[in-house]
Design a protein around this ligand. Structure first.
Ligand code: FE2
Length: 135
């Protein structure tokens, strides 16, 4: 059973919550298109997901640097590895057109990663930043 809607933990910084919702919406749209068997919109949605993720990670990293977040490197390394995996998965899709592999990645890897990442690193980062940087 594919889980296209996620219930995401809320963090203490608004832009992060907005971005996380946007990411979850793009993921859900991709899963819906895959389930509907319409491959045409998938490339552009994957581009949007990739661009969104680059921009969102950069914004979180800027926030961590501005607030001297002590474990910046750990959080940044996870971002880097997630982005590298995303690039590889998209390349794999473009090369093989394997809809089932794409669906599995979005469903399991992306869904579980997103919720776990928000509940751990993003929660700690946002709490730290919100305490240092009143809105
Ligand atoms: Fe993050």
């Amino acid at each position: 059973m594919i889980q296209s809607t996620l219930s995401l933990p809320r963090v203490a910084v608004d832009f992060m919550n907005r971005d996380h919702d946007e990411f979850a919406n793009l993921r859900a749209a991709l899963l819906d298109h895959i389930a509907g068997g319409t491959a045409d919109a998938i490339d552009s949605l994957l581009d949007q997901l990739h661009q969104h993720t680059i921009r969102h990670f950069a914004d979180e990293e800027k926030l961590m640097q501005e607030t001297n977040f002590p474990v910046y490197t750990v959080h940044k390394e996870e971002h880097d590895s997630v982005l590298a995996d995303m690039v590889a998965r998209i390349a794999h899709w473009r090369r093989d057109g394997d809809l089932a592999a794409l669906q599995k990645w979005l469903d399991m890897a992306v869904g579980e990663w997103l919720v776990a990442h928000i509940a751990s690193m993003d929660t700690v980062t946002a709490r730290f930043a919100a305490a240092r940087q009143p809105p």
